[in-house]
Design a protein around this ligand. Structure first.
Ligand SMILES: Nc1ncnc2c1ncn2[C@@H]1O[C@H](COP(=O)(O)OP(=O)(O)OP(=O)(O)O)[C@@H](O)[C@H]1O
Length: 688
């Protein structure tokens, strides 16, 4: 197998203009053909692959104005000459010079075995844990190198050959890109090493060349080891060498520019700032902008809130940012409170009736607070495939609205005998979804029928809102939720953003739970969830997908159930084995208007009156509904006034504690037999 990395030196020499190369790369059907010594691309650009036996032809990776650009696959150590470049061989060949530096740190016996592996050129990591067999990681999987267990001497030998470990327990080999990470025992002695082979992979950023050239800030995300660092190293080189930009790398673990004070040539002309202490990364990021006039800043791993803030400051100063963050998808970033700022931050917004109707969404929505720090985002799926979000703001807005985000899938479609195969962009796909159903609808319609595939995004299963087994008076605060296949952290995060974190708790003891929240797929796969629910007499809320919007709905419905619950109900077994939760007074089921009115009260109190200390005037309502509103205000022990008229009663909730208890009345009249502007104290109150 001869993929780009493990292969011989490849020179791509494009004489056409930069624009031409750009067009070339973005062409959907870019085709290559190759043989052992050369390959052609069908759009006129000339390339040649220097024979691995022709070291003299190895160029500097720096762009030469006269001949377009050139780059090599498999980078030499900076002090090596061209001959060392050409020593790169196919995967089945002997290791390269730089790989040899890596192998040097291994115990001789381990090294001897490892070099025999046919895919040595593709080696990713060697893991050495005290008292265990040494392990090699390849793209194809893990491989036990030898039966001999790792000894303290093996580890000592390795440690003696690498630089000092910094406070993130990482070290490197001078002038190489390899990363050595230590695991320590409680006495801080090193008992394990993860030794990663670092490589500069020229051409690895072709897949997003258009984004790089576009000048926008790029966020690269992907799971550990997928190739993020390798990608941004190449981006740094491209921008510095080919675009002559002033690029500064904030290199926290010396992973991008390699260990030692002279940076690896893999970063080209880009400058590199080392970071003395991992916790100072954000300071160095700001220092880079303030002192070195960069046009682009490259950062590996934005992980803390301070770093995210620094990134946003940098972006505000008009500097292009290229950074990585851990996570598989944008959704992960949105749900990470420390990193949320990178996508603009999120907040919970209560829509007015009209707006809610116009948008066809529930009243409380999550929205982006401000512009994202990055223009676009790249989700690295593998070294050869990524999802591109050209407009991060659009993507984030779509996710928050519970819709599928628009994205582009890009692949490098390589064949074993083709050293490089470039971008195959698939046109932007926008998957429009119907807006999720309104929350404030008749709950009766949300009770699931036997057909579990009912077309609802979020449904309480066999649970009638008016049929809670917990009455308002019995309500335990917070509500304890037991989840199946719904991430606890996500749920709590949503509750926090909605300001409801005190009202909801996730429990891992189903006996303590008030409700069950499950994903529909989980419920389908595990019928015993129903049995558990039945046993504990719990309603099951089902969400179709674990998007933020769905979670918001889930939280709202779970808590609204508490707010609106009426008298204690019982869970009854249906004729089938399924649980059926029946209300004993279906006629008391709240109307849509009533739900809306109560929701208005709840939001006013929880978002404005209590946190902001401001009074809120409610909409005029029918007097029977006013009575229900009063009951709800009473449960918060807040004072109210009637600002309306006899025919048009209207409440104002005041930010002060009620000294009286109100008597809920069943008679609408009670709520309204006053004239304009009279206070609600004319309504019947209980004595203190
Ligand atoms: N395009 C590529 N071709 C060949 N090897 C690659 C490529 N990209 C990455 N690698 C190799 O894969 C391994 C992991 O790459 P890298 O360190 O860039 O991943 P990462 O996503 O930054 O990991 P982490 O999140 O753990 O820092 C390294 O050994 C690297 O040399």
């Amino acid at each position: 197998m001869s993929r780009a990395l493990n292969s011989r030196l490849v020179l791509i020499d494009i004489n056409s203009s930069w624009q031409a190369s750009r067009r070339l790369i973005s062409a959907t059907a870019t085709a290559f053909s190759s043989d052992s010594s050369s390959f052609r691309r069908t759009r006129g650009a000339r390339q040649r692959i220097a024979s691995s036996k022709s070291p003299a032809s190895s160029p500097s990776p720096v762009r030469r104005p006269s001949d377009g650009f050139s780059f090599d696959v498999g980078l030499p150590p900076p002090d090596s000459n061209s001959a060392t470049i050409s020593s790169r061989k196919t995967a089945t060949g002997p290791p390269t010079v730089e790989l040899e530096a890596f192998l040097e740190i291994l115990p001789p016996a381990t090294k001897k075995e490892l070099v025999k592996h046919e895919a040595i050129g593709e080696l990713i990591e060697v893991v050495m844990d005290l008292g265990r067999k040494p392990l090699a990681r390849f793209p194809s999987g893990d491989w036990i190198i030898s039966e001999q267990l790792v000894t303290p001497q093996d580890l000592e030998l390795a440690v003696s050959k690498v630089g000092d470990f910094s406070d993130d327990n990482r070290s490197g080999i001078d002038r190489s890109l390899h990363r050595i990470s230590a695991i320590r025992n409680r006495k801080l002695q090193i008992i394990g090493l993860t030794c990663r082979v670092g490589r500069a992979v020229s051409g690895s950023a072709e897949i997003i060349r258009d984004l790089i050239e576009g000048g926008g800030s790029i966020l690269v995300i992907g799971s550990p080891g997928v190739g993020k660092t390798t990608l941004i190293r190449e981006i740094a080189r491209m921008l510095a060498d080919e675009h002559r930009k002033r690029v500064v790398i904030v290199d926290t673990s010396n992973e991008i520019g390699g260990d030692g004070d002279v940076p690896h040539s893999g970063i080209g002309r880009a400058r590199r700032m080392q970071v003395p202490n991992v916790n100072l990364q954000h300071d160095v990021m700001i220092e880079a902008v303030e002192n070195h006039m960069p046009e682009t800043i490259i950062i590996d791993e934005i992980g803390t809130e301070l770093e995210a803030l620094a990134a946003s400051t940098i972006a505000q100063r008009g500097v292009q940012l290229v950074a990585t963050a851990h996570g598989m998808t944008i959704d992960n970033i949105i749900k990470n409170p420390s990193l949320q700022i990178l996508i603009g931050g999120i907040e919970s917004v209560t829509l007015g009736d009209e707006e809610a109707k116009k948008r066809k969404v529930q009243k409380t929505v999550l929205e982006r607070k401000g512009p994202p720090t990055f223009t676009c985002a790249v989700e690295l799926i593998s070294r050869t495939e990524c999802r591109v979000h050209q407009k991060l703001d659009v993507t984030v807005d779509a996710i928050l609205a519970g819709k599928s985000a628009p994205f582009e899938i890009r692949q490098i479609r390589g064949e074993d005998d083709v050293p490089h195969r470039l971008v195959t962009p698939i046109p932007l796909e926008i998957f429009e979804e119907e807006p999720t159903p309104l929350l404030n609808k008749d709950f009766a319609s949300e009770v699931l029928s036997d057909d579990e595939d009912e077309d609802e995004d979020f449904l309480p299963i066999r649970y009638n809102k008016a049929s809670s087994n917990i009455s308002t008076s019995q309500r335990s605060s917070p509500v304890h939720v037991y989840t199946y296949n719904v991430l606890e952290a996500d749920l709590l995060q949503v509750a926090e953003v909605m300001g409801l974190e005190d009202e909801l708790e996730v429990t891992d003891d189903v006996g303590e739970a008030d409700v069950i929240l499950a994903s529909s797929s989980e419920l389908k796969q595990n019928p015993w969830i129903r049995r558990v629910a039945k046993l504990h007499k719990l309603p099951i809320f089902v969400i179709k997908s674990t998007t933020m919007a769905q979670m918001v709905k889930a939280v709202r419905m779970i808590l609204e159930r508490e707010s609106f619950g009426s008298s204690p109900k019982t869970i009854q077994k249906s004729s089938s084995d399924d649980i059926e939760i029946k209300g004993d007074a279906p006629e008391s089921k709240p109307s849509l208007e009533e739900l809306d009115a109560l929701e208005e009260v709840r939001l006013a109190i929880e978002y404005i009156v209590i946190p902001g200390g401001e009074p809120v005037e409610l909409l005029p309502r029918r007097s029977d509904i006013i009575v229900r509103q009063l009951e709800l205000v009473e449960s918060y022990q807040l004072a109210v006034e009637n600002l309306g008229t006899h025919l048009n009663p209207r409440l104002q909730i005041l930010p002060r504690r009620s000294t009286k208890k109100m008597l809920p009345s069943s008679s609408p009249k009670n709520a309204s037999d006053d004239s304009e502007g009279t206070t609600i104290t004319r309504l019947p109150f209980l004595k203190d």
